[in-house]
Design a protein around this ligand. Structure first.
Ligand code: LLP
Length: 435
């Protein structure tokens, strides 16, 4: 195989099959059925360690790495990231519930969301959440009242729009001004929210948060955002607010295609360290505790999705469709963002990728594709297709469209595979149908 094997976790075994941490993926397809998500625990741990080490090098002992649950949220992920020393963020009552069910310490969670319900806020306060990241004005009073009723003071941060264009797909860029998240600086909303927070007896205003976008391949936007945030921290400090924490979000790009060149974690974090210290000097303000919130870059390249090829249809004058037994319900990212993936036929991994094909799903929808014009070995019915870099935003964004049951998540640990999340059954599909 020419390309595609872009991490040391993949290899081609003696049978010519693709293997993940030594696990034969053709065998895994037989054992667990397809479609199936397969994720390498070692690869996830490797990314966690890379962040922890880089942050330690850049910031000494005062930092946090917080796993953004939304990238892949299921119980099994929490003990893994926790044992590597990470915190985590959640964005809904459901993610919070999952983390708590997994035994993750609530004090190491922070809670995001642009429209948290009162129930979600109560749930967060009652479990002893580490912090709530406030996203809109009315949340301030609502949360203060909930905390007051319980006589429990909780740390809060303000989500700020630093107004940075992160040069990424418009749908996944959340830092610029016309965006539903957080408070603007130039329009005065951030100062107004800070003023309101001062008057809240039950809210311990401890810091600021920003997130400039996702799948960002440049370092500079993070430096610009850090500068904007530290200038604001310094201003608020002059007004008497002692903000000790600065969360700079996630969004660090990962490799989907062989030609992608994401900034290595160590380089990105060291750049961030320099940028942060320089801004602190410039605005004459002490270094806050710096937190990063990577999601995709923790889990994405650790995971693959396995499918079985059902039909190969050459449409004369157009293209060849290789149809698989999953599609947009297990991975909506092509349909949503025209996301590109690299793939390989796992049982022909040693062969040349001599064809250019379009991979189609099995849904009744023309846009149900996993990729257009992809390089692939010659495909035939029964082959096992492996799509790379699907550890993030696939299982967590999966649906039951066309009533396809969600695939299982298989965790590979040291070459041994276990089902971490069971495949949904048809009975699961009708479980909540009452009439
Ligand atoms: N922190 C906050 C506040 C976020 O909104 C996000 C992602 C992250 C951290 C983690 O970003 P990451 O490191 O994973 O890039 N569904 C889209 C991605 C949406 C990202 C939303 N926020 C996709 O499939 O590409």
């Amino acid at each position: 195989m020419k390309d595609g094997l872009f991490s040391e976790h993949f290899s081609v075994n003696a049978q010519g099959h693709l293997a993940l941490d030594g696990l034969d993926l053709v065998g895994a397809a037989q054992e667990f059925g397809t479609p199936a998500y397969v994720i390498s625990e070692d690869a996830v741990r490797g990314q966690c360690r890379a962040y922890m080490q880089a942050m330690k090098d850049a910031f000494g002992d005062r930092f946090k790495v917080s796993y953004a649950s939304k990238a892949l949220c299921a119980k099994f992920i929490y003990p893994i990231v926790q044992s590597e020393g990470l915190h985590a963020d959640v964005v809904s009552g459901g993610e919070l519930y999952t983390a708590m069910q997994a035994g993750f310490p609530a004090s190491k969670l922070h809670f995001h969301g642009n429209n948290k319900s009162d129930d979600e806020l109560r749930q967060a306060v009652d479990c002893g959440i580490g912090a709530v990241v406030i996203d809109c004005m009315d949340e301030i009073g609502r949360l203060n009242a909930i905390c007051g009723q319980r006589r429990r003071r909780i740390p809060v941060l303000l989500r700020i729009k630093p107004g940075v264009d992160a040069h990424t797909h418009e749908f996944i860029s959340t830092g610029h001004n016309d965006c539903k998240f957080g408070f603007g600086i130039e329009d005065g909303q951030a100062y107004e929210a800070a003023r309101l927070l001062r008057g809240c007896e039950w809210l311990d205003f401890c810091g600021l948060h920003c997130h400039i976008g996702s799948q960002v391949f440049l370092k500079e936007p993070f430096g610009v955002a850090a500068d904007v945030m530290i200038r604001l921290l310094a201003e608020l400090r002059r007004d008497g607010l002692d903000l000790r924490e600065l969360i700079l979000g996630g969004g660090f790009g990962v490799r989907y295609m062989p030609e992608d060149r994401p900034v290595p974690v160590s380089e990105m974090v060291s750049y961030l360290g320099d940028a942060v210290r320089q801004s602190c000097r410039m605005y004459d303000t002490p270094l806050p505790e710096i937190v990063v919130e990577p999601g995709r870059s923790i889990v994405c390249t650790a995971g693959v999705t396995l499918y079985t090829v059902g039909s190969v249809k050459a449409v004369p004058g157009a293209r060849t469709y290789v149809a698989v037994d999953g599609g947009m319900p297990d991975n909506p990212r092509f349909a949503l963002y025209q996301a590109q993936y690299d793939a390989c036929i796992a049982n022909k991994a040693a062969q040349e990728k001599s064809e250019i094909v379009t991979i189609a799903g099995k849904c009744c929808e023309s846009g149900d594709l996993l990729g257009r014009d992809m390089h692939l070995q010659p495909a035939q019915r029964g082959d096992v297709l492996c799509v790379f870099s699907t550890g993030a935003y696939t299982y967590s964004m999966a649906s039951n469209y066309n009533r396809l049951p969600r695939p299982p998540v298989v965790l590979v640990s040291g070459g041994r595979a276990q089902v971490a999340v069971r495949r949904e059954s048809y009975a699961d599909l009708v479980r909540n149908d009452l009439l």
